[in-house]
Design a protein around this ligand. Structure first.
Ligand SMILES: Nc1nc2c(ncn2[C@@H]2O[C@H](COP(=O)(O)OP(=O)(O)O)[C@@H](O)[C@H]2O)c(=O)[nH]1
Ligand SMILES: [Mg+2]
Length: 372
């Protein structure tokens, strides 16, 4: 027996269940959720891991205050990061329990179904047990309004088109699976956006056996939903990423699309400034600077949302971005000139120049400005 394997009398075995709770600005819900878990999982060895992205409302402090009295409560605070799915991945990988369950931190999920989810996985009846609002007995009444219902239904239909398994509620954020199953799939996950269950089902090298367990969906206890237009786009990006089996670098595609918006902005502003009586160089200069600022904002809030720069770092980032793009513009003109001198093809030359510029800008942005 090795030194590490010696167990002293007063050491207790670890939990059999880790409940992973991604949270952002959920300070008003943490205490209620721990109390709910206590009731729902009575008689089982469990822990809860709150993964908070350094919420400004003090969610992590609230978790730590409870954790000081209760060793079943753990907190993982991520700095400079955002994202539900990536938070779940990191929480689940920090677990040594046999089963991990994932649930939201706003009391929308019905914790009384947790035991059934865990039992379904532990009995070997399935690989993933899903708390489902779309099987008999389930309900979706906690969705805020008709728009959220339509969005959820649309997302379900879209996901069902490409999922390898039949599932009534692939958009559920309430499910359980064995930790080793999660760890096996983890290297293949995209980790983008909100829909970690869809990510797991589409990323698993072997098809997963799924069982749905009817479950209610309540209204949020406190705080606000974080679902917004970018999260919706991230869902489409996740599906695209999986359909293309990872060969389409989605961040690059987003960066190039933002670049196209930049070209449009440049032209529009240039025309407007020219109409106000400025000469060409002045109009071109102002158009370029405005386009760079717009591009930086879009990239910071969308392309690199998970690494978003704030405050002084955002200002430095913008200056660096302008420098990088200026070098990119010089490379664009240089390469376009070279190609044009060789074959006198105007279109080919400008496409070659633009390509070099976007690749340069992307490479520099990804490695220097929004460093991983
Ligand atoms: N760590 C982390 N958790 C998040 C993030 N966005 C949302 N969450 C949490 O994920 C859960 C579901 O999010 P919510 O906004 O309620 O989504 P909705 O139920 O679809 O409106 C909640 O516990 C949120 O606090 C994020 O960027 N990071
Ligand atoms: Mg919610």
């Amino acid at each position: 027996m090795t030194e590490a394997a010696v167990i002293t009398a007063d050491v207790q075995a670890g939990p059999e269940i880790s409940v992973i709770v991604p949270c952002y600005n959920e300070v008003g819900n943490v205490g209620a959720l721990v109390a709910a878990l206590e009731r729902a999982l009575a008689g089982r060895r469990w822990e809860v891991i709150f993964v908070d992205d350094n919420s400004p409302d003090g969610t992590t402090a609230a978790v730590r205050a409870i954790a000081q009295r209760d060793s079943r409560v753990r907190g993982l605070c991520r700095i400079g990061r955002r994202g539900l799915s990536s938070a779940v991945i990191e929480g689940a990988l920090s677990s040594s329990a046999q089963v991990v369950a994932v649930m939201d931190g706003d009391m929308q999920h019905d914790e009384s179904r947790l035991g059934a989810l865990v039992d379904a996985v532990q009995s070997g009846a399935c690989d993933v047990a899903v708390g489902s609002r779309h099987v008999e007995g389930g309900d979706n009444s906690g969705l805020a309004n008709a728009w959220r219902h339509a969005l959820s239904d649309g997302g379900i239909k879209l996901a069902q088109l490409i999922l390898p398994v039949r599932l009534g509620d692939p958009m559920s954020g309430f499910f359980a699976l064995r930790q080793d199953t999660f760890a096996r799939i983890a290297p293949h996950l995209s980790g983008t956006g909100f829909k970690i269950l869809v990510d797991l089902l589409l990323s698993s090298p072997q098809p997963l056996r799924v069982q749905e367990i009817a479950c209610g969906f309540r209204e949020r206890l406190a705080g606000e939903s974080k679902l917004d237009a970018v999260v919706m786009l991230q869902f489409v990006a996740l599906l695209l990423d999986k359909v293309c089996r990872g060969w389409l670098p989605l961040r690059f595609v987003a960066f190039a699309l933002v670049g196209l918006i930049g070209i449009g902005t440049n032209l529009l502003v240039m025309q407007a400034v020219k109409a106000l009586g400025a000469d060409f160089s002045m109009a071109q200069g102002i158009g370029t600077v405005v386009a760079m600022i717009v591009n930086f904002q879009l990239d910071n809030n969308f392309t690199y949302r998970d690494r978003r720069l704030r405050g002084v770092r955002c200002l430095w980032g913008l200056l660096l971005f302008m420098l990088v793009c200026s070098v990119g513009a010089l490379a664009n003109v240089g390469v376009a000139d070279m190609v044009y001198n060789q074959n006198r093809e105007f279109n080919e030359a400008s496409v070659a120049g633009a390509l070099i510029a976007v690749v340069w800008n992307y490479a520099m942005s990804a490695t220097i400005i929004w460093r991983p």
